[in-house]
Design a protein around this ligand. Structure first.
Ligand SMILES: C[S@@+](CC[C@H](N)C(=O)[O-])C[C@H]1O[C@@H](n2cnc3c(N)ncnc32)[C@H](O)[C@@H]1O
Length: 300
């Protein structure tokens, strides 16, 4: 497969990107989309984050409904605001963004401290836009503790408003957002639906570099996939991968009967910094209902 970094939908228009989020699948969304069936009853994204795949699916209008789920409640709060009151969210972001001018560091610290008390979704949107690598990081007490990126102010409010309104236009009326553990969404999926999963990476979500607020219990995840397979629910899973020859995390077990493809995700910034030129490759697992021979090249 050739490397492709575009973020456009089926009609060549750029997909909206309302939540700056480390690990977003927006650069791979068009290629994953090409593997999906032409008609889906409900598209489930239980590890939604910035929901790049749901936005891509919505841009092609192939699903009757979309269900976003994430266990990080204020993140789901951002999605609910996008669905229900996008102008109000854009206005709150503008207030937070403009109030930082001239006292950026102090303002960031104040917003972060307030967020750790009230979990205001608009504050999380501002913190994500301003923080290092747009990455949510929480300490042992569950408080957001990521530092600001002092080299930038975060997405300009005019631009973020456009992204928010464009996402709302795609999703309003056909999408719901839930604070939920992924298994709650999986239980509802049927063979007419499709589940896309992008769980926290094993390579980075455990131990000292705990990237998200919750790591992945691999045994529980594999059991849940077994349940989907037994019910014949079509599913696609983004799961770790490798940089050059170095694998991140483990592979999913063969007994699940999934087909693994490899998607080139671009150059590794880390490797480039170290003077190596290595390609990062992401694994994509497809359930056999989707993995027809004409849809991709199985990994060796
Ligand atoms: C790799 S990110 C998903 C990124 C997403 N594909 C995107 O385009 O932005 C994984 C997400 O899973 C969420 N998460 C972690 N554990 C979860 C769980 N048990 N149930 C539901 N969501 C979970 C995290 O909050 C995080 O937003």
């Amino acid at each position: 497969m050739t490397a492709m970094t575009g973020t456009t939908g089926s009609r060549g228009r750029a997909l909206p990107h309302p939540i700056p989020y480390q690990g977003s699948k927006r650069r791979l969304a068009a290629r994953i989309l090409a593997l999906l069936p032409a008609r889906i009853e409900t598209f489930y994204e239980p590890f939604a984050g910035s929901a790049a795949m749901t936005l891509a699916v919505a841009s092609r209008r192939i699903a009757g409904r979309h269900v976003l789920g994430d266990s990080l409640a204020p993140l789901v709060g951002i999605w609910r605001s996008i669905l229900e009151e996008p102008e109000a969210l854009a206005a709150r972001y503008r207030m937070l963004w403009e109030a930082q001018i001239g006292r950026e560091r102090q303002h960031y610290d104040e917003v972060r401290a307030r967020f750790n008390q009230d979990r205001d979704p608009a504050a999380l949107l501002y913190l994500l836009a301003r923080c290092v690598k747009n990455a949510v990081r929480f300490n042992g007490e569950g408080d957001f503790n990521q530092s600001p990126d002092n080299r930038r102010l975060g997405v300009h409010p005019d631009r973020l408003r456009r992204e928010i309104l464009a996402a709302a236009a795609l999703l309003q009326g056909n999408t719901s957002a839930e604070v939920a553990d992924y298994e709650a969404l999986l239980r509802r999926a049927t063979p007419r639906d499709l589940v896309y999963m992008d769980p926290p990476y094993q390579g980075t979500s455990q131990g000292r570099d705990a990237r998200y607020h919750q790591g992945l219990d691999l045994d529980r995840f594999v059991d849940a996939l077994g349940g989907l397979r037994a019910r014949g629910v079509p599913c696609v899973i983004s799961f770790d991968g490798r940089t050059g020859g170095k694998a991140h995390g483990r592979e999913l077990p063969g007994r699940l009967g999934l087909v693994r493809l490899e998607l080139a995700a671009g150059r590794s910034t880390q490797a480039t910094l170290l003077g190596r030129d290595e390609l990062t490759v992401e694994s994509l697992y497809l359930s056999p209902e989707l993995a027809r021979a004409d849809r991709g090249t199985p990994a060796p």
